[in-house]
Ligand binder design. Structure first.
Ligand code: ADP
Ligand code: MG
Length: 634
């Protein structure tokens, strides 16, 4: 007798389980299934993510549903649309040999009338997100007054996302004598409150020990030149399209500045620090929890104790002054049994701090190199392909298809794919063609990537500038070079071909510094006189690459386009989620979850969570040291 059979599951389920390829029940399944099959009872089951909770309630649920009765008998509430679809799909798989069971998914961002119609046809099980469910109840499109089972899946997550009121209201629309099963990875107070309020004598199951955190966090460092810190951050974000991270800076000022830069460059970021009002901070945290923000840039004080599930990365943009603080930082990820990565962007002079931290955390760091432009392009391309594949089609689109088909009808499938993917890809390619490789290794040598990287990526065309200061201002080429380096916070060799005339001068930088040069230099004064810098029309010997640059601050990199969602201006610390700003509550429009196609990162069967995506926009690097009189943006 196989293990699932021993749990009391029937023939048709065993057959389905065979198809699923599950060999042995997981611990939570082993504990929950027999209890749920045996009697009608309330249950609270706590088990970490990825431990097979869906089947733990799904198998007994399918077995208990009366397939001959077309009325709605069970409601499963889940936090996001992705999860809702995922659970629906699983339940359909479990019940495929059980004739007559219908499972319907109800979630926002899709036609409500279509969903209502499906329910009308007879759905014994409804899997819903709370927001849409509430909507359907209000419109009288669904009847859950006679259900026998109500399942709250990922209850902690639902409450995190602010669904408390919806859940309470939905539950009060269900009969008292039903069974309620609550599944959750953690048991915060709000979950306990729901359990207390809506369950009677629930059986309790806990699987695994409370996670200490540390064993689920891996530590990595990336060695870069100080001036490449910001660029490195962007690349790490681009190389992890699903990143959901807390980025730590040392000071409030840096925190604000980095967040602003990221927002400007099109990332969904926000700052969290003590200079914000409580209301602003609450707003930022709410958006972060709701995944409208992918990169929360924070000071240590402001981020202390932040408890947000599923943070994929902690980024130490700068190491903390006190290395003990590192532990507090890295503990923001790897929570509730999830895996997390703590990244340190480090310069050569800080390298020895890494060893000190290793001693404190009793774990080793892995040294990694910042991905090259071509690697990032590959990652983004695959991510896009997967995203297209996984995109749910909203039938609203049907109305527009005739016109669209008209435009595209002459393209073959191959051409169409190429073009579609290029819409996104071109931006990355164009951006990274212009940007050199910034990886460095602690062995000291600059990593050579020439072999693996197409030549275009090593473009060294420089930009030549005209600036209205010269020997009349007591500069010679050396002192002007020094002045520019210092004012712009650039490295030794970043300013070159400095040519000083009486009332003006010329100099070169790599194109990636152009925005910075234009931004900063045009806003500083020299002895009361405004400095004026322009991109030189006269090549002056420097190979230029500035055809597209008007010199304005937004003329930089490939800003993300193809974003149909209305732009959302952030409250508080300000954030702008360039792409996924559509209604988030239901997890539509880029809600964050379940990337099932991606490989599990560690043994066991784990789901990768998180989604939404990212693109680089501008080339600009950002030093870490006291920044020169950087003009505040208005
Ligand atoms: P949770 O809800 O606890 O986060 P899921 O129910 O989403 O976890 O399950 C995570 C993954 O494990 C899914 O891909 C699921 O198909 C798989 N899985 C579940 N139970 C088993 C099992 N008994 N054996 C093998 N894989 C399983
Ligand atoms: Mg689950």
């Amino acid at each position: 007798m196989n293990k699932f059979e021993q749990l009391g599951l029937n023939e048709s389920l065993l057959k389905a389980i065979l198809d699923l390829g599950f060999e042995n029940p997981s611990e939570v399944q082993e504990k929950a299934i027999p209890l749920l099959l045996e009697k009608d009872t309330d249950m609270v089951a706590l088990a970490q993510t990825g431990t097979g909770k869906t089947a733990a309630f799904g198998f007994p649920l399918i077995q208990k549903i009366d397939a001959d009765n077309r009325n709605t008998q069970a409601l499963v509430l889940s936090p996001t649309r992705e999860l809702c679809l995922q659970i629906t799909n699983e339940l359909k798989n479990y019940s495929k040999y059980e004739k007559g069971i219908n499972v319907v998914a109800v979630y926002g961002g899709a036609s409500i009338t279509e969903q209502a119609r499906e329910i009308k046809r007879g759905a014994q099980i409804i899997v819903a997100t709370p927001g849409r469910m509430q909507d359907m109840i209000n419109r009288g499109l669904v009847n859950i007054k006679n259900i026998d089972y109500c399942i709250l899946d990922e209850a902690d997550e639902m409450l995190n996302m602010g669904f408390y009121d919806d859940i309470v209201s939905i539950l009060s629309d269900t009969p008292d004598e039903k069974s309620t099963w609550l599944f959750s990875a953690t048991m915060p107070q709000e979950v306990a409150r729901i359990a207390k309020q809506f369950m009677s004598d629930p059986l309790e199951i806990t699987v695994g020990t409370k996670n200490s955190g540390s064993s689920t966090v891996s530590h990595e460092f990336y060695l870069v030149n100080a001036r490449d810190r910001y660029e490195a951050l962007k690349r790490l974000a681009d190389a992890n399209p699903d990143i959901f991270s807390v980025v730590f800076c040392r000071t409030k000022r840096d925190t604000q500045a980095i967040a602003e830069k990221l927002i400007e460059d099109g990332y969904s970021a926000a700052a969290l620090h003590g200079d914000l009002s409580q209301a602003q901070r609450d707003g930022v945290m709410k958006s972060f929890r709701g995944r409208q923000i992918q990169m929360l840039v924070a000071t240590d004080v402001a981020a202390r104790g932040i408890d947000v599930d599923n943070v994929t990365h902690v980024v130490n943009y700068q190491l903390p002054d006190e290395i003990e603080t590192y532990n507090h930082r890295s503990g923001r990820t790897g929570r509730a049994g999830k895996l997390g990565t703590s990244i340190v962007i480090v310069t050569k002079s800080e390298l020895r701090k890494i060893s000190s931290i290793e001693r404190i955390i009793k774990q080793k760091f892995e040294e990694k190199t910042i991905p090259s432009g071509i690697e990032i392009c590959e990652i983004q391309l695959l991510h896009l392909a997967n995203k297209i594949k996984d995109t749910e089609v909203d039938h609203e689109i049907d109305n527009y298809l005739p016109a669209i088909n008209n435009v595209l009808e002459d393209l073959s499938k191959e051409e169409l794919i190429k073009k579609m993917v290029s819409v996104e890809f071109n931006r990355f390619i164009t951006y990274y063609k212009k940007n050199r490789d910034i990886s460095t290794q602690s062995s000291g040598e600059r990593r050579e990537r020439g072999d693996s990287e197409p030549r275009e990526f090593n473009n060294n065309g420089a930009v030549r500038y005209f600036v209205n200061i010269g020997s009349r201002d007591n500069f010679d080429w050396m002192s002007l070079k020094d002045y520019l380096k210092e004012t712009l916070d650039l490295g030794r060799d970043d300013v070159f071909k400095v040519d000083v005339k009486e009332g003006f001068s010329f100099f070169n930088t790599d194109p990636e510094h152009t925005d910075k040069v234009m931004d900063i230099l045009n806003n500083v004064q020299l002895e009361g006189r405004r400095i004026n810098v322009e991109i030189s029309k006269n090549d002056g010997g420097g190979r230029r690459d500035h055809n597209n640059r008007g010199g304005g601050r937004n003329s930089g990199g490939p800003r993300r386009e193809g974003n149909f969602a209305p732009r959302r201006e952030g409250s508080g610390g300000g954030f702008r989620s360039d792409r996924n700003s559509a209604p988030r509550r239901e997890g539509s429009g880029g809600g964050f979850r379940s990337d099932r196609n991606s490989a599990p990162r560690e043994g066991g069967f784990r789901r990768n969570e998180g989604s939404s995506d990212r693109a680089p926009r501008r080339s600009e690097s950002f030093g870490d040291s006291p920044r020169p009189r950087r003009p505040r943006r208005d």
